[in-house]
Design a protein around this ligand. Sequence first.
Ligand SMILES: Cc1cc2nc3c(=O)[nH]c(=O)nc-3n(C[C@H](O)[C@H](O)[C@H](O)COP(=O)(O)OP(=O)(O)OC[C@H]3O[C@@H](n4cnc5c(N)ncnc54)[C@H](O)[C@@H]3O)c2cc1C
Length: 372
Amino acid sequence: MTHFAVIGRGLIGSAAARHLAIAGHQVTLIGPPEPADKVNHAGVFGSHYDEGRITRALDPDLYWSNVSAASIARYKDIEAQTGVSFFTECGAMIAGPQNSEYIQSVKRIQKDQGIVCDRFFGSVLVEAFPYFKFPDDFQALYEPKAAGYISPRNLVQAQTVAATNAGAKLVDAIALGLSETKPGIIITTDKDEINADQVLVAAGGFTNMILPQPLPLIAYARTIAYFELNEDEAMRLSDMPSLVLSFADGRAPYILPPILYPNGKTYIKIGGDQVDEMLETVDDIKAWFKSGGSAEVGKYLRSMLLDVIPNLRYETMHTEACMTTFTADERPIISRQSDRITVAVAGCGRGAKCSDELGRRAAEQATAFDTV
Ligand SMILES: Cc1cc2nc3c(=O)[nH]c(=O)nc-3n(C[C@H](O)[C@H](O)[C@H](O)COP(=O)(O)OP(=O)(O)OC[C@H]3O[C@@H](n4cnc5c(N)ncnc54)[C@H](O)[C@@H]3O)c2cc1C
């Protein structure tokens, strides 16, 4: 039986481990859990330490629409098989200037892929979503079903439960390097060495710290702003969909509806940095995650949120830091790098909702070793 080591217990790695384990392979899933104390944490970080990631099949790009739709179609089965719920089907909306290339592309994909969606414009849009304020030329495409948001934390948990139920072994360790030998691959970690036949590296923005040959990855710093709502305000916005906006001036925020967090508080959150700040080294990435995000970006996000929901009443605001990993062509790298090494990396800011399909494709690549 082939032994697969999967490095990275994040969204893509845990999905790949599930697909490999249910296909009957021996699987070791290597990676640390979310740190309890980010500021004093010396290890690596992940981009899934949150309760809200927008999920939708609507997209201006066919690749991302397809991988998302394929994943969404499996959410309910994964929830049922693991008893871990992660999907809230509150609907998702994309809005922007009616004649923009962006909205035209979304409409094309919606039509071609037969995505069930309502289109709103003008006074009908205002009546349907009275708490939003959009420019007059905005058209909204609203996907009411099989869309909304997922808890990325719970999705990782569900994938991990499913993988271990199918026989995968979990190892809480940080991988430091790989050496390929004739009989197999040796994974050096901060704990014991691990031997396997094949390795799949899915360590997000930390992937290049492990690979013998670095990949052309670009990691960006991201700030997210959270606004705590009281019960009345959360109730007023309780039917709000997840929202992705594209303004004519280039601003492109995304907004999650009110979500109850593990600390018992309900937050509405917004992201969409005005500039892409690159994180060049592993030390830069670690320092960024510990920083709690940028106060300047926080101000910018607050002002955009109040443009979109002008009557928002919130109690407190705070920011947090996260990271997105990109490639130049805005596609993930899911491919074999050698006889024994496969990678699955670069969610390009969109990799949560579709992580199950990215993990499935990664498992497919990793098991294609007898063809290389
Ligand atoms: C602010 C923000 C908002 C986003 N919003 C959305 C959204 O609304 N919708 C959407 O679809 N996507 C969204 N994304 C993108 C999505 O979260 C990412 O694409 C996704 O997390 C990528 O999954 P991954 O498995 O590659 O990385 P991660 O989820 O980061 O997992 C990588 C894992 O590797 C582990 N690791 C790192 N180094 C090592 C090592 N050396 N050894 C072992 N393990 C290691 C980490 O601990 C981590 O668990 C957002 C991202 C950010 C930052």
